[in-house]
Design a protein around this ligand. Structure first.
Ligand SMILES: *[C@@H]1O[C@H](CO)[C@@H](O)[C@H](O)[C@H]1NC(C)=O
Ligand SMILES: *[C@@H]1O[C@H](CO)[C@@H](O)[C@H](O)[C@H]1NC(C)=O
Ligand SMILES: *[C@@H]1O[C@H](CO)[C@@H](O)[C@H](O)[C@H]1NC(C)=O
Ligand SMILES: *[C@@H]1O[C@H](CO)[C@@H](O)[C@H](O)[C@H]1NC(C)=O
Ligand SMILES: *[C@@H]1O[C@H](CO)[C@@H](O)[C@H](O)[C@H]1NC(C)=O
Ligand SMILES: *[C@@H]1O[C@H](CO)[C@@H](O)[C@H](O)[C@H]1NC(C)=O
Length: 516
């Protein structure tokens, strides 16, 4: 009796001890990142705060500088260099050198790097969002959802599951290799190149960087010429965190420039990831009371949206609801597009064929499930779908038939918040997957390994009849062996096994030397 009691007390003490340990916060160093030059001091009269008038046409695509400005106000923010192909190759080589050291780090060390970043992000949410908001014109709440929450979710997923998906995975070895153990190993590829879009400048840099570094790679990220100012600040956060764990700072490089810069990266990295994510120009509460909808990042974009809507109206469509701009200065109107709901559309209209990427909602009627699937499927794109219905299983049935990369049932883009899931589309909406176990493993050299299971007792032996010089009945032996291993009926397999054994015992009497 006393024995059981002491065992119970011990177990209880163990549980309490574990609980107390769980209460102790992990020791994570804080990092400092200089933000003095990116803070908005609100002083519009400052010398370098003039209104930026971007040149129109092809001229902006070339040159040695990327000009940065706030799309919502056209306030000038400064410029960053446009790297040449040679400069890009130099950066890739620097990262390659640093990666050799990083590849040897443990998952424990990599998790500490993630925790340092997480701590900084949580403490500086407002700063990160404000910088993203100024550079892209999105609202603070949009930035919080799309930049901060997604990134924290990703870090949390890597902390809790990253190692599980990257450690060697044992697989079945089949019938002919029963004596072997078979596994898949995930090794770093080397230098990952990422070309990322402007819509979520923080998350689009952090997302590929986190996956690449956690899997032991280095990364060079080419950021968009439309969100370079914020990207250069976010890069400093990564550098500080690398320094804090004593990792080589060259492990991550953020490069700026235009198309040629990106092309040079594609040709020199070991693998290239293209990143975009859904949605911009959504409605939301204002940043510092200035706007009540997000500005569109690219100044020609509102003209493109207007073109799509006009084309649809010319072909018989009708606007049923449209938002208004509210109190925005005349100079900035160019940067906004009012939320627009449009009906009587069909697939003869450009609006239904091209990617609008703006706050336009075209509505079509349908009368059967087949029809709605056919309509949704009739597109060059296939990133994701959202199906809404009062009957959840009905919505699920339709979602499973639409040809695309992800589906949200009775929700919008919720799949992206589950960072354990892969992200990517079909048709013109991309190739490959990032995010989730699939995306993490895509940063790896996937290596198949077999070794003896009961070493040194059982090794692969080549049966006598098929050893050189092969026996006369070698093929007969193979035939029986195949049936013994893979036959569908257990009786046929046993019969074949008997033949196999017979050939093995007979082999002394018939050998190939008779053929001479
Ligand atoms: C921004 O995007 C537009 C449209 O894609 C492009 O024409 C322009 O060159 C980009 N860069 C800058 C700095 O505006
Ligand atoms: C699209 O709608 C217009 C106007 O309602 C109609 O004239 C045209 O035939 C339709 N095209 C298709 C492909 O349905
Ligand atoms: C959907 O589109 C894909 C590819 O374009 C095609 O293979 C498939 O048959 C289509 N399905 C339906 C129901 O239209
Ligand atoms: C919901 O949808 C499923 C699948 O389409 C259907 O079998 C079921 O009868 C529907 N339930 C109701 C209550 O309509
Ligand atoms: C086959 O030959 C080897 C020697 O060459 C002998 O040791 C063995 O017993 C033989 N087996 C049979 C089944 O005759
Ligand atoms: C093969 O047959 C020859 C005679 O035909 C014999 O001398 C030789 O020992 C045999 N080899 C084996 C491995 O049994």
């Amino acid at each position: 009796m006393a024995f059981w009691w002491s065992l119970l007390v011990l177990a209880l003490a163990f549980a309490i001890g574990k609980f107390l340990l769980w209460l102790i916060p992990p020791k994570v160093p804080s990092i400092d990142v200089d933000a003095s030059d990116v803070l908005d001091d609100g002083n519009q009269a400052q010398e370098n705060s003039f209104i930026y008038v971007p040149p129109r046409g092809a001229a902006q695509q070339s040159g040695t500088k990327v000009q940065c400005y706030e799309p919502a106000t056209m306030k000038y923010l400064g410029y960053v260099p446009a790297l040449t192909a040679d400069e890009v190759r130099e950066q890739v080589e620097k990262v390659r050198k640093a990666q050799k050291m990083w590849a040897k780090t443990s998952f424990k060390q990599r998790r500490q790097f993630l925790r340092i970043l997480l701590k900084y992000i949580i403490k500086h949410q407002a700063l990160i969002c404000e910088i993203s908001s100024r550079d892209t014109g999105k609202t603070m709440v949009d930035a919080s959802l799309g930049e901060i929450m997604t990134t924290c979710e990703k870090i949390h997923w890597l902390l809790s599951e990253g190692e599980k998906w990257l450690k060697p995975e044992y697989r079945s070895s089949g019938r002919s290799m029963l004596h072997k153990s078979a596994r898949v190993e995930f090794h770093p590829l080397g230098v990952i190149g990422a070309i990322v879009s402007w819509n979520y400048p923080f998350h689009n840099i952090f997302n590929p960087m986190l996956a690449a570094l956690f899997s032991g790679n280095g990364i060079v990220i080419k950021i968009s010429e439309n969100a370079s100012w914020s990207g250069c600040f976010y890069f400093r956060i990564i550098q500080s965190a690398l320094a804090a764990i004593g990792a080589p700072e060259d492990l991550v490089e953020v490069i700026t420039g235009f198309g040629e810069t990106g092309e040079a990266l594609v040709s020199s990295a070991d693998k290239v990831i293209f990143v975009g994510s859904p949605g911009v120009g959504k409605m939301g509460p204002p940043l510092a009371g200035r706007y009540d909808m997000g500005a569109l990042c690219m100044h020609e974009h509102s003209e493109k949206l207007e073109g799509l809507v006009h084309d649809a109206i010319d072909k018989g469509a009708e606007i049923v609801a449209r938002g208004s701009f509210g109190p925005i200065g005349g100079d900035a109107v160019d940067q906004y597009y009012p939320p627009t709901v449009i009906v009587n559309v069909n697939h003869s209209m450009r609006l239904m064929q091209e990617e609008a990427f703006g706050p336009i909602m075209p509505i079509m009627k349908f009368s059967s499930d087949e029809e709605v699937v056919k309509l949704a499927n009739d597109s060059r794109y296939g990133l994701g779908c959202a199906v809404f219905s009062g009957n959840q299983s009905h919505a699920r049935e339709i979602a499973s038939q639409i040809h695309c990369g992800f589906a949200a049932v009775n929700d919008f883009a919720a799949t992206y918040m589950c960072q354990s899931l892969p992200f990517g589309g079909v048709k013109h909406s991309g190739f490959g997957r990032f995010g989730g176990a699939e995306g993490l493993r895509a940063c790896c050299l996937v290596k198949a390994v077999v070794e003896d299971r009961w070493w040194p007792y059982i090794k692969t032996v080549i049966p006598k009849p098929i050893q050189y010089p092969v026996a006369e009945n070698a093929f007969e032996f193979q035939e029986s062996l195949v049936e013994a291993l893979y036959g569908l009926s257990i009786w046929d397999r046993l019969k074949a096994l008997v033949s196999v054994l017979k050939v093995l015992t007979e082999q002394n009497s018939t050998n190939s030397s008779k053929l001479k």
